[in-house]
Design a protein. Structure first.
Length: 140
């Protein structure tokens, strides 16, 4: 499996389960009884498999090509900036019985802070080192 080209591997383990999982769920919706359970269940399992392989692909090592081997050994803050973001809040209007009669959506502007990081990664298999950048958003 590790000798396969990364793009081909991506195709086999991500695209194939996603497409067939989606297809199974679509058919399951129109099926009845046990067939519905089997088709939708199979579809969901395929989607979960695709998601796990996607994570493995993200945490792969570009040197030895193994999957699930990346480890973040250190994180360094590069800088932070303040900004704003539009967020949708939903309010539920309830009657005396506590049932929701309608929901009101409103958009509010929230203050946020974006923090840029440099991540120092290391492969747990061959100890190859590399860095990645990432940005995290935090509400103030
Ligand atoms: Zn490695």
């Amino acid at each position: 499996m590790n000798k396969l080209h990364p793009v081909l591997r991506c195709l086999f383990f991500i695209i194939f389960p996603v497409v067939s999982g989606y297809y199974l769920i679509q058919h399951g919706v129109h099926a009845s009884g046990k067939a519905q359970v089997a088709l939708i269940g199979g579809g969901i399992i395929l989607l979960i498999i695709a998601f796990i392989f996607f994570l493995g692909y993200l945490w792969r090592c570009s040197s030895c090509k193994y999957w699930f081997v990346a480890e973040r050994v250190k994180r360094e803050e590069l800088g932070r900036e303040k900004g704003t973001k539009i967020k949708t809040l939903t309010d539920k209007v309830k009657n005396r019985k506590g049932e929701t009669v309608r929901t009101i959506e409103k958009e509010v502007v929230v203050q946020i802070e974006r923090i840029a990081y440099r991540n120092y990664m290391e492969c747990s298999h061959c100890h190859f080192k590399w860095t990645t950048n990432s940005v995290e958003e935090r509400e103030l």
